[in-house]
Design a protein around this ligand. Structure first.
Ligand SMILES: NC(=O)c1ccc[n+]([C@@H]2O[C@H](COP(=O)([O-])OP(=O)(O)OC[C@H]3O[C@@H](n4cnc5c(N)ncnc54)[C@H](OP(=O)(O)O)[C@@H]3O)[C@@H](O)[C@H]2O)c1
Length: 318
């Protein structure tokens, strides 16, 4: 069993909660950063198995270096997961999205340098990989591809801009000062929720199941949160892990996803029509699979997500 002390930023969020759960189950001692330690929205963390002995919550904001420093001191690894993930258009993207993502990442990495952390695993996104015009459709997109920040800016896609700028920052900072930073780029994260608040990606399936007259037949690139946290841990534990990893399991058009859901849950409403969208690209996960990573079938993710949303009151029963 491991007895290493590690830090997870934004511990109360959707992905980070599952990561904290996994780390505790493997015997790690975890420092979790949250913005409001006493808030009811972080209570689920305290109920995780072994939390009472091995989890300490630190109050920290990504824009407050000192607060991060206290949480990271004494840790051998840092999992930088925290980042604003807006589900609606925000009035001031520079302050609400870009600064916490980019400056926040620098702050975390500087605190890691000061604490002599051995490895940082930074959670980026496919938003930093494939938001650019004219992506090739005849070959897999791999880790060498980067989103075009100018294009993100022109299309006011501030979340994708912020994830691209933050990952560039992580890459450059790591290289410059010789800090080992491994980056994981997940696609749309689904799966059961542990937290009591709603995160942006957990709104996608409920929207589909509530029905509407028409919806765009967009491609969805999907990863289960439990498979994602396995990948994040592999990126830390495997000495040979390096650079960037795309983390995606299933690529499916929304219409086909709807058909799958209809077979399992025939009584939800679903969109009546779909309009064509020419957005299909294939993401390569060969590099991550070479580390030994595996993922579960889509049906399992869909059922576990829907059942969890029902339990959380995000979705009515059929
Ligand atoms: N979910 C997806 O589909 C998806 C896909 C690709 C990549 N990702 C990446 O995965 C990571 C986690 O996403 P998630 O879905 O778990 O989102 P989430 O549930 O919204 O969690 C985001 C976390 O970041 C924290 N945070 C935001 N701004 C902060 C700040 N200024 N200082 C400190 N903490 C701050 C939030 O803390 P509070 O609780 O205090 O607000 C929250 O704990 C993010 O880096 C995201 O970009 C997610």
């Amino acid at each position: 069993m491991a007895t290493k002390k590690v830090c997870v930023t934004g511990a109360g969020g959707f992905v980070a909660s599952w990561l904290v759960k996994l780390l505790l189950s493997k015997g790690y001692i975890v420092n979790g950063t949250v913005r409001q330690p006493g808030s009811q929205k972080n209570e689920h963390l305290l109920k995780l198995e072994r939390a009472s002995e091995n989890l300490t919550l630190f109050e920290a904001d990504l824009l407050n270096y000192e607060s991060l420093r206290s949480a990271i001191l004494g840790c051998t690894a840092v999992f930088h997961v925290a980042c604003p993930v807006p589900s609606i258009v925000v009035p001031n993207p520079q302050v609400e999205v870009i600064e916490p993502a980019v400056k926040g990442t620098t702050n975390v990495l500087e605190a890691c340098l000061e604490a002599k952390v051995q490895r940082v695993v930074y959670v980026s996104s496919v938003a930093a990989i494939c938001i650019r015009p004219n992506l090739p459709k005849d070959k897999d997109i791999d880790e060498s591809c980067w989103s075009d920040k100018d294009y993100c800016e022109r299309t006011q896609n501030w979340y994708c801009f912020s994830k691209t700028a933050a990952e560039e920052q992580a890459l450059e900072f790591g290289k410059r000062i010789g800090l080992d930073v491994v980056r994981i780029c997940p696609s749309l994260v689904l799966g059961p929720i542990l937290q009591s608040t709603v995160n942006a990606s957990s709104l996608v399936l409920p929207k589909l199941l509530k029905g509407c007259d028409s919806m765009e037949d967009k491609t969805r690139w999907i990863i289960d949160v439990r498979d994602l946290v396995d990948a994040i841990l592999l990126a830390y534990e495997k000495p040979e892990a390096e650079g960037r990893y795309i983390c995606n399991a299933h690529t499916i058009k929304t219409r086909d996803l709807t058909e799958k859901l209809k077979i399992i849950y025939p009584n939800y409403k679903y969109p009546a029509n779909f309009t064509e969208v020419d957005d299909y690209i294939s993401l390569s996960t060969e590099k991550l699979q070479r580390l030994g990573w595996k993922y579960r079938p889509l049906e399992e993710t869909l059922v576990d997500s829907v059942e969890s949303y029902k339990e959380a009151g995000l979705l009515q029963s059929e």
